[in-house]
Ligand binder design. Sequence first.
Ligand code: PLP
Length: 410
Amino acid sequence: MISRRRLIQQISALPLMGGLMSFDLAGASRLILPDATIPTARNYFQELGVRTFINAAGTYTSMTGSLMADEVKQAYMRTSEDFVDIDELQDKVGQRIASLLGCEAATVTSGAASAITLGTAGVLTGTDPEKAAKLPHLAGTGMKTEVIMQRKHYIEYAHAIENCGVKIVYVDTKEELKRAINKNTAMYYFVNFLNYEGQIQWDGVLEVCRQYNIPTMIDCAADVPPVENLSKYTDMGFDMVCFSGGKGLRGPQSAGVLLGKKKYIDAARVSAPPRGNTIGRGMKVNKEEIIAMMVAIESYLKRDHEKDWALWESQVNHIKNSIGDIPGLEAKIDVPVLANVVPTLNLSWNTQQVKISGDRLKEEMRKGHPSIEIAGGGKNSVSITTWMLKPGQERIVASRLSEILHQKSI
Ligand SMILES: *Cc1c(COP(=O)(O)O)cnc(C)c1O
């Protein structure tokens, strides 16, 4: 129960305290639940001397991902007031998410990487808790030991699969894929944004895996927008689909979802908290993140995506136009075909004419007030997105960028 002292502190912080004093304590504690959208007076980052910045880079984990939508923040605060059974909550939230997205089943994980680990674990163990307790040690257990992926699909996050103790078998062609499949093959792992890099595309992989009865997982971590993708890959026939919660969905950065066939989601849950003797025990999501993830999906489905797009595009155009013509500088607005599908301003230049490296330009943007983060870097290029900007911040990004580039150009 809320302490009397704290209650009085909270009440005295309210503008209209008169009427509240007559409520009983429990009622009052509900009434004065803080509105998560109103920041408290304390600025924790300032107190600690932690730099905050304008994010013109994108949804990077190192930059804390995205900012949660207001509705999501409110859901987070509201749910912190009660106790619930975590498995019951996961069951019901999973059903709600699955019905919203039109797939068989879903579960909230602690990010796309955890969805990959838990999904892989489930394929290995089925719903047998004794097997789950053995991971990542597979030898002598009778569990399968190999996961296949294309060499061209290699990404660091494949480590999330190896956490389960399996070995990754790399292939390039469809023929190699067929030959690689054997009695130890547990699963096939596909990285959506690398579809066009590999020689075997979505349907090729699905066809072979269906033929040999191999479960398929697709990593779609950064693949919203577009909103349709939330249903596209389960509809296409992938058994498991992994999304980040804290990128385009603007849910909690420490959450994600695993969508797919009920049989695999049920099996993945065996390795998920609260069960302690599992590989997933450190991948905890509590009620706040679970509900906030659900609300983020609801809220994302309701958004006016065309309006979002128009805003991002106008912001990116504003930045491009503010820089104007600089000899030796090329400014192009592109939209990636897969992953981070948002208007992206790509700047590249001849360093004889614009005398600054990409890395140095990033550093100059970072060192200014306010600090600004942009993406890319290296010798002579940077890239900028506007989807993580608050409206109006594009003006600050534009004038700072333009100032530096003009200073450095001959
Ligand atoms: C971001 C990302 C991940 C990891 O997602 P988290 O939600 O941060 O765990 C995995 N795969 C790809 C392709 C990603 O872009």
